[in-house]
Design a protein around this ligand. Structure first.
Ligand SMILES: Nc1nc2c(c(=O)[nH]1)N[C@H]1C(S)=C(S)[C@@H](COP(=O)(O)O)O[C@H]1N2
Ligand SMILES: [Mo]
Length: 155
């Protein structure tokens, strides 16, 4: 009984630690700020939506992603988006994309996601697309669905 309990506790601790690994930095003109990722995971307006995932060398699969619409997240963080015209997203593997604020502001289009089919997105190290993946719903070919986003730069 005690043994089972300690295994359980160790598992919970491991889970907690693996989630703490997720980090996201926002870069502005004259300063940068690491944001509290719990704001993303616990966002009251996080939503779930269906998508078709086209991964290289595989058949398209219908999946469900959960995330926060990026413009809502920016609002929550108190970022005055009217000051900027484009946003660069950097990933931990060196991949990078740039979006215009105009595209980000389109309704129900650009999401920062953290869950796929009910499971928290795994990091690159764990073989997943996470911990955060940008999904652009009006971009069906997914080249710009940047995986492992770790830095968002406002310009
Ligand atoms: N971080 C990161 N995101 C990325 C890529 C990448 O190499 N690194 N490739 C892009 C491309 S070209 C496609 S088609 C989709 C799907 O890539 P996958 O086939 O490797 O899953 O992810 C996009 N996002
Ligand atoms: Mo691709």
């Amino acid at each position: 009984m005690l043994k089972k309990l300690s295994v359980f506790i160790v598992l919970i601790l491991l889970l907690a630690c693996s989630r703490q690994e997720a980090s996201l930095v926002m870069v502005f003109e004259d300063y940068e700020e690491e944001i509290d990722v719990e704001i993303i995971y616990n966002h009251s307006e996080a939503s779930t939506f269906p998508t078709v995932v086209r991964s290289s060398g595989e058949k398209p699969v219908e999946t469900e992603y959960k995330g926060v619409e990026l413009k809502l997240l920016f609002e929550t963080l108190g970022i005055d988006t009217s000051q900027y015209s484009r946003v660069t997203f950097n990933a931990s593997d060196g991949y990078r994309i740039i979006l215009s604020m105009e595209e980000i502001n389109q309704p129900s289009n650009v999401y920062l996601t953290f869950e796929r089919d009910g499971e928290i997105l795994k990091s690159k190290k764990e073989g997943g697309n996470g911990p955060f993946q940008l999904i652009i719903r009006r971009d069906p070919f997914s080249q710009r669905w940047i995986k492992h986003v770790d830095k968002i730069i406002f310009q």
